[in-house]
Design a binder for this molecule. Structure first.
Ligand code: NAG
Ligand code: NAG
Ligand code: NAG
Ligand code: NAG
Ligand code: NAG
Ligand code: NAG
Ligand code: NAG
Ligand code: NAG
Length: 373
């Protein structure tokens, strides 16, 4: 026990040996050169270890869709096909609608399930033979048409038939999405938006984003976005899907302000549903409610197939700072063997290190001393 304590309170140092050998000397210098190259090339120039980084980007996104489509001989405008309507960073453009009109609460035959006795039905359900029901089954059988007997259900009647084939609204391909994005890096209190100062009012009114000539135009044609995400528009409009519009801000604030620019990229986010046949695409239901004169509610049920767009913003910014620079310089010189960090620690503890600034000064002066001597 006592020997442990005495062992702990000891000071040890290493003994240095000078070997006058060309081979070992050359190997030593080559290794030092490699280490220095690594630190200068990778750590300092590539990873920019002389900067402090801010990855907590703050961002706001506003979107606006424009265009007119024709669906079942009706002209559709933004209020008809965009949901939700607030212009947030996530929104859907509806491409296909299956509407069931004038539904009221009552009893009616189910569409998809054929009538089976309750016990057979339970057996089928247990075996996961799903029949998609649009109401609660009463257990009775009714003759819907011809000879086919169907389950009776209680719910919104008539039941929805969602197997009918309709063609999607192809004009969606030509709709445009306007994106307004503001970002801020809180550490540096640096604010920027995706409208560059060089962009004129006239340009914004007429431009369309493309990867070559108009990389900073904030207006995107839906067809182009889908193409950049490597998807087939016809296929996507038919089944629905989720497309990500990514805005990346990689900023080096040591360079001039006009080098901190957004870069856009596009991808399909629901890649999983593309491959499975169980639940392909993206669709959802909503209803519009009305009241009859005698007070009974009725509704129009809509099953919508939509392309959902998620605007995702990420980024980080870096700026020169003395503290990470010195820490990495000390690490670099220590590993080359030019200075020893124990020495720096001891010398700096002995000086009056009351603030971060004096620690930095001390480390710096020791470094300069070692390099010069
Ligand atoms: C109805 O039943 C008759 C005789 O059982 C049959 O010939 C006819 O094809 C059936 N109709 C339908 C629509 O199934
Ligand atoms: C989209 O616009 C182009 C050019 O304005 C036109 O040729 C094309 O037919 C339009 N596509 C659809 C689906 O309306
Ligand atoms: C951030 O910068 C703006 C002007 O660019 C200035 O008005 C504001 O006071 C700054 N905020 C902080 C916390 O420094
Ligand atoms: C970009 O501009 C060049 C020259 O003006 C033109 O040839 C090219 O087709 C344009 N590219 C796109 C994608 O519009
Ligand atoms: C897109 O899909 C449709 C239907 O599946 C097909 O007819 C068309 O050729 C496809 N287009 C491309 C460019 O692959
Ligand atoms: C209200 O009127 C509709 C048709 O006009 C009728 O089917 C329904 O039964 C009425 N409801 C009540 C509560 O009277
Ligand atoms: C590191 O510096 C301390 C204090 O200056 C010294 O005692 C020690 O021998 C040095 N270690 C090496 C490996 O040079
Ligand atoms: C050094 O800086 C850190 C963070 O910037 C701060 O938490 C700490 O109090 C500072 N130390 C001294 C001695 O000023």
């Amino acid at each position: 026990m006592w020997s442990c304590i005495t062992d702990f309170f000891t000071y040890e140092t290493t003994k240095s040996v000078v070997v006058k050998s060309w081979t070992i000397g050359i190997i030593n210098r080559v290794v030092q050169l490699l280490i220095i190259t690594y630190f200068i090339g990778w750590v300092f120039l590539y990873e920019k270890a002389y900067q402090v980084r801010d990855t907590a980007i703050e961002s706001s996104v506003m979107t606006k869709v424009k265009g007119f489509g024709i669906y079942k001989d009706k002209v559709m405008d933004v209020a008809d096909y965009v949901t939700p309507t607030q212009g947030a960073s996530v929104f859907c453009i509806i491409t296909k609608l299956i509407t069931t009109e004038n539904q009221v609460q009552g009893y009616c035959p189910e569409v998809s399930c054929c009538c089976l006795s309750q016990s057979v039905l339970l057996l089928k359900l247990a075996k996961k033979h799903f029949c998609s029901c649009s109401g609660i089954l009463t257990g009775k059988c009714v003759h819907s048409h011809a000879n086919v007997s169907k389950c009776q259900m209680k719910g919104w009647c008539p039941a929805e038939v969602d197997t009918i084939k309709t063609t999607p609204m192809m004009e969606v391909e030509n709709f445009t999405i306007f994106i307004k994005n503001s970002i801020r890096f809180p550490t540096f209190n640096y604010t920027k938006g995706n409208f560059l100062p060089t962009i004129t009012d006239n340009y914004i009114r007429n431009c369309n984003f493309d990867m070559i000539n108009n990389t900073y135009c904030p207006i995107f044609r839906v067809g182009d976005v889908v193409r950049y995400a490597q998807q087939n528009f016809t296929e996507l409009a038919r089944k629905g899907g989720v497309i990500g519009i990514k805005i990346g801000w990689m900023c080096d604030l040591d360079k001039s302000d006009d080098q901190c620019n957004p870069s856009y990229s596009f991808t399909r986010l629901d890649a999983m549903s593309q491959r499975t046949s169980v639940s392909p695409g993206y669709n959802f239901r909503f209803a519009k409610y009305y009241k009859m004169e005698n007070g009974t509610d009725y509704r129009t049920l809509v099953k919508a197939y939509a392309i959902r767009f998620d605007v995702l913003v990420n980024g980080n910014a870096g700026k020169f700072n003395m503290i990470p620079t010195l820490i990495n310089m000390v690490a670099a010189f220590t590993s080359v063997g030019v200075v020893n960090s124990t020495g720096i620690k001891i010398q700096c503890q002995s000086s009056l290190c009351t603030s971060n600034f004096s620690i930095v000064l001390c480390v710096f002066s020791v470094l300069v001393n070692r390099i010069l001597s």
